[in-house]
Design a protein around this ligand. Sequence first.
Ligand code: CP3
Length: 386
Amino acid sequence: MACDLLQRHFAGLRKILARVYDNRWEAGRRVSHPSCETIPAVTSLAKDSPFLRACRREPVPYTPVWFMRQAGRSLPEYRQARAGVPMLESCTRADLIAEITLQPMRRYRVDAAILFSDIVVPLKAIGFGIDIKAGVGPVIDEPLRGQHDLERLRPLEPGDVPYVTEAVGALVRELGDRPLIGFAGAPFTLASYLIEGGPSRHHDRTRAMMYAEPELWHALMARLTAITISFLEVQIAAGVSAVQLFDSWVGALSPSDYRTYVLPHSAQIFAALAGRDVPRIHFGVGTGELLGLMRHAGADVVGVDWRVPLDEAASRVEAGTALQGNLDPAVLLAPWGVVAARAREILLQARIAESHIFNLGHGVLPDTDPGMLARVTDFVHEHSAR
Ligand code: CP3
């Protein structure tokens, strides 16, 4: 009964939103792309995994689990593998990409692997002057300032990232029935680094360009959209089973600005990947007010940070949406009793969602005890078994 009411409510809302967008999004969805024929047969082994079933909102034996940044500095073997190798170089060596991606799979019974890479890899691959500084994040040699800078963002060709194709192929064979998630940074989050020159608190220059020079903004977003589509297509062609679009910093925008300056571009990315039989996950931090719109951009699964309880998040997205999240990564630094209670609460709150994939509300913090992640994974599996 309640479910019926909710369904009707969201059907109405969907209609209103479609009108508000002047059908731009719908138009985007009709863009057709050639289907991909190069996916290795081995990818089909993962098709019936709990993670992919949950993405498709099908019944699962238990709630699947994976963690954003499950590979990384919380693992001693990661620090060892990376010793003396700069971050972006490690993302261009297929052997290291595969090894680091597999490290958490050896420790945890997580339900999916996520490709070891970074959102700035495609930008580096087209020759853009960008690096990742340890403990800081992406830094740009010459930040984008004007129209003339757009030339520096040429399209990405599959041949620009051969190491991604090679690593994904090797990983898919190694993982067998465990799905591999590919990912990319969304245009807004990429633009924020390019314009600010590095990490920033409120992305002031980015928002200023949006308001002051909307034409330049949309031209920049269009270039980043094309690069992102191409980067995700390479990963899908090589065999990833799902993709996550990280719009980590888009929570800096109001819903109205999101709709005008971001949604049409993100929608184009999701539309380009429609019909590939690869679930599309969309995640950002501090995006409580944007969850409905981020779903509307064309995602199958919406990632939620720890600020919005999942039962509340479920009411903010339209019917037909799976949710992913949302344990505060800092909770993992507390004693096990606290962690277990929070994990249990999330499972309870998620019951109202059509489907749920357990994750953190953002990436694993470097100080996290890997033993804690192993324990949470098993706890979620046990306590959600149906
Ligand atoms: O989740 C995974 O296990 C896959 C690996 C992954 C990395 N970056 C590896 C990485 C993913 C999914 C990303 C995405 C990414 N990169 C995002 C979106 C996700 C998010 O966190 O919101 C963003 C914003 C970036 C940009 C970036 N790269 C930042 C902010 C940092 C951290 C800087 C720091 O040192 O704290 C990086 C570097 C980075 N990317 C590391 C890893 C494992 C740490 C580098 C190191 O080991 O020194």
